[in-house]
Design a protein around this ligand. Structure first.
Ligand SMILES: Cc1cc2nc3c(=O)[nH]c(=O)nc-3n(C[C@H](O)[C@H](O)[C@H](O)COP(=O)(O)OP(=O)(O)OC[C@H]3O[C@@H](n4cnc5c(N)ncnc54)[C@H](O)[C@@H]3O)c2cc1C
Length: 474
């Protein structure tokens, strides 16, 4: 690479993770008073990745994430740097109420033990077993760092890496694992609790067991210390506000409609080939989603690419239906509901957008967002628009009794929506990182390895951007 030009960092993917990498790298260069060219190449016509907000018929439509967890200080830092701190909004109080559809009706996930017992979510045996959770022995020899730190893959031993279902069944009983944990997992991963790694998908739960010997004891200890669980947040104008603002930051050069097709490691740098031609880079951050990330990594390590190809990333369809509020007047304002499998309902769950964050729908309108697909029913996400809207209407009638014609409908599809961290994921991450570590200046960001949520994707992206900038400016 020539010494005459500023060092160049190329970031592939203008989703939340890639833009976090760009923001952090450029901030690092400014802090050091050094020149660094930060180029983001985005395949799509606009940045944002799955953080995509649409506006139609007076509605604010979130086709990907509806919000994010406020659990990463670096995300807060990025929000402030983007001038969005005042734009962050909290959920409406009603959004504390959540339901599970089981046994042919909605049952509220109650907090008080008595109300929970009466909800009918668990039978007497399931309740008794759940109450014994503090007495269930903890697995010995766990590693509470598993997946918990940014860019620490953890050195999981096989016995700590059980499926989420097995973990939940061991701690809370099989009934709670099937009727409580499995539907909740549908809501987060659109995944199957039996095919997800507890350590990788829910590192906090595993850490809670390791630290306190029991999930209930850990929650009690958290309450005593006055530590609130991380909050769910979004922006007044929707989640896409963050990538849009980050892309407009000074010091970042964003090029849309640039699909990167290959990355080669050449002479201490990288040759990046995109739909617009070739670009030399001194360092590269790949923040593309699967399967594109695997194809690009192939240019520098076929072993890492092969591992990435083993990570399933099934499709999801997100269906928005708006109704005149009278049609939904009987519905208790709430976050929404998840559907236990085996109910003959294909919908994974439904969020009542109107009741969750303010400003999602005009007065007099009820906006519902229903999800289909995931690893439990990928074909549902591939139904034609008309079929999936019909299905949504039938299932909303059956679950919540909305029996009206929607005033507005829309269908969004993500062919590769959310990576599924299968049992063995921590070991896979360790192998991928061992293969990529020796490649100086190459970083893999995104939500493929270290957490599927937006806040983790941002944290991983920012860490990669910082490392890349420090290396280039050293
Ligand atoms: C339906 C749905 C609901 C979700 N809900 C939530 C939620 O409520 N809360 C939450 O925290 N998270 C949620 N998520 C997850 C969240 O969307 C991700 O954590 C986040 O989008 C990850 O950001 P990213 O930048 O890693 O990837 P992405 O958002 O996938 O962005 C990747 C970017 O890379 C680009 N790209 C890919 N290949 C190339 C290439 N070859 N060349 C150039 N560019 C390329 C893509 O076009 C895209 O813009 C949800 C996801 C889905 C699908």
């Amino acid at each position: 690479m020539s010494d005459e030009r500023a060092r160049r960092l190329v970031i592939v993917g203008g989703g939340p993770s890639g833009l976090a990498a760009a923001w952090k790298a450029s901030a690092e260069a400014q802090r050091a008073g050094a020149a660094l060219e930060v180029v983001v190449l985005e395949a799509d016509a606009r940045v944002g990745g799955k953080a995509r907000t649409g506006f139609a018929d007076g509605l604010l439509i979130e086709t990907g994430p509806q919000g994010f967890l406020d659990d990463q200080p670096v995300l807060r830092e990025m929000i402030a740097a983007c001038g969005l701190a005042e734009e962050v909004i909290e959920p409406e109080p009603a959004a504390n109420r959540r339901y599970i559809y089981r046994g042919g009706r909605l049952r509220e996930l109650q907090r008080s033990p008595l109300a929970f017992a009466r909800s009918g979510l668990l039978g007497p045996f399931g309740l008794a077993r759940l109450a014994m959770e503090p007495l269930a022995p903890a697995r010995p020899g766990g590693d509470d760092r598993l997946g918990a730190g940014v860019l620490t893959s953890g050195d999981a031993t096989p016995h700590t890496d059980e499926s989420l279902f097995d973990f939940a069944a061991r701690r809370m009983g099989r009934q709670a694992a099937a009727r409580l944990i499995s539907p909740v997992v549908l809501g987060i991963f659109a995944g199957d609790a039996r095919r997800l790694s507890a350590a990788a998908a829910f590192p906090r739960l595993v850490a809670m067991e390791q630290a306190h010997g029991s999930l209930f004891k850990a929650m009690r200890a958290g309450r005593k210390r006055g530590v609130p669980p991380p909050g769910h947040r979004t922006f007044r104008r929707g989640v896409e506000a963050l990538p849009q603002a980050a892309a407009a930051l000074p010091g970042i050069d964003v090029a849309c409609n640039r699909r990167v097709t290959a990355i080669e490691h050449r002479g201490g740098g990288f040759a990046v080939t995109s739909s617009a031609g070739g670009l030399a880079a001194d360092a590269v951050v790949v923040a593309a989603d699967l399967p594109s990330a695997a194809d690009l990594v192939d240019g520098v390590s076929s072993a890492a690419a092969e591992e990435l190809r083993q990570i399933e990333s099934p499709p999801i369809a997100v269906v928005h239906t708006a109704f005149e509020v009278a049609a939904a007047a009987h519905i208790e304002p709430a976050y929404g509901f998840l559907v236990a499998r085996g109910e003959g309902i294909r919908m994974l769950g439904c969020q009542y957008e109107t009741a969750t964050f303010s400003g999602r729908s005009p007065d007099g309108t009820f906006l519902a967002r229903s999800m289909f697909g995931g690893s439990v029913d990928p074909d549902a996400a591939r139904l034609a628009d008309e079929e999936i809207i019909d299905l949504t209407r039938r299932e909303l009638r059956r679950t919540v009794g909305i029996d009206a014609t929607p005033t507005s409908t829309s269908v969004a599809r993500w062919p590769h929506a959310i990576p599924q961290y299968a049992p063995g994921h921590p070991q896979r991450v360790a192998r991928i990182e061992a293969a990529l570590d020796p490649i100086d200046g190459f970083y893999l960001a995104g939500n493929v390895l270290h957490g599927v949520g937006l806040s983790r994707a941002v944290a991983v992206g920012a860490a990669c951007g910082e490392r890349a900038a420090k290396r280039l400016l050293a």
